[in-house]
Design a protein around this ligand. Structure first.
Ligand SMILES: [Zn+2]
Length: 319
């Protein structure tokens, strides 16, 4: 009887933390409510603590603000989020913004290894979607690649792993046609990542060349039903295709600079720098040693000739 009771207690103890981590908890802060699985309470508290900062970052980049009250939902994975938000999500999504309901979903799985997406990056990205929705109104929509590019530009990109693939496609003129990205992104993770990177790269170039105000103008013009091609002509006097050529050149020049940098910091160069540093340190040490020896020599000379060392002199004299 006693072993059976012990077994039951042990089983309950094992199951208790599991059951409690499945529960939903609510944490509130200024302008935000976070509904989270109990396991991510610490993450939720950090998000609430820094929420004002994230909003300010979006405002600083685009000059627009997300809705005054937002609900963030932190789920275990995409499936968990899908059922909580009642929308279908692809398994690889890190976050989602539901503009009409002022809601953001965060996928806790994507914030753990191997992806380890920073929560601040995902939240900034989704807050930018909500800010654009609030600015344009629920009926308006810009091309998806443009909005995603802007959200990544504000949020900060975390797709460095696939950058080489993107650059080789850029060099071989093998990019995804923009038209294919105006409504949907590819379903598989790798192609979708490439689509995000391509969108981000072009938007980043536009921000660098024309400034952040231009991005907002482009979003507004296209959301009003004007084609991207026409919007570029109206706002810059240039055709999209010409701006794309400039963008490709800009990225190529940047990748050459990056390659040069990588070469400069190659293991061989690092080794050479370490040898030089070691040599300089050795030289410095030997100089310090020489100085010390000279000082000691001077002191010793003082001992033999100076008036303060009678004892030793006398001793020597006696000998
Ligand atoms: Zn997005």
């Amino acid at each position: 009887m006693i072993p059976r009771v012990i077994f039951l207690i042990c089983t309950c103890l094992l199951l208790l933390p599991r059951a409690s981590s499945q529960e939903w908890q609510e944490i509130r802060g200024p302008g935000v409510v976070v509904e989270t699985r109990a396991r991510y309470v610490k993450l939720a508290m950090n998000l609430v603590r820094d929420f004002g900062k994230r909003v300010e970052e979006v405002q600083k980049h685009l000059g627009i603000s997300p809705p005054a009250m937002i609900t963030i939902i932190i789920g275990h994975d995409a499936r968990d989020l899908s059922s909580r938000l009642d929308i279908h999500l692809r398994p690889w999504v890190a976050g989602v913004a539901v503009k009409s309901r002022h809601r953001i979903g965060l996928n806790a799985e994507s914030m753990r290894p191997p992806l380890s997406m920073p929560a601040a990056v995902v939240l900034r990205h989704e807050l930018t979607h909500l800010a654009i929705g609030e600015h344009q109104g629920p009926e308006q929509r810009s091309p998806l690649w443009l909005e995603e590019g802007v959200c990544q530009w504000v949020g900060g990109t975390a797709y460095l792993g696939i950058k080489a693939d993107f650059l080789s496609r850029l060099n071989f003129d093998d990019l995804i046609p923009w038209k294919e990205l105006s409504e949907h992104f590819p379903a598989d993770r790798r192609s979708a990542t490439l689509a995000y990177l391509q969108s981000f790269s072009f938007v980043e170039f536009l921000a660098w060349k024309k400034g952040s105000r231009f991005l907002l103008d482009l979003l507004d013009t296209t959301a009003g039903g004007v084609s991207v091609h026409e919007a570029f002509l109206r706002l810059t006097g240039k055709a999209q295709v010409d701006l794309e050529k400039e963008w490709v050149e800009y990225e190529k020049r940047r990748s050459i600079r990056m390659l040069y940098l990588i070469q400069v910091v190659s293991p061989l160069s690092i080794g050479a720098i370490l040898v030089i540093l070691a040599f300089r340190r050795r030289k410095r040490l030997s100089r310090a040693l020489m100085k010390r020896m000279e000082e000691e020599e001077a002191t010793r000379t003082g001992i033999w000739t100076g008036g303060d060392s009678h004892g030793l002199l006398g001793e020597d004299s006696n000998a």
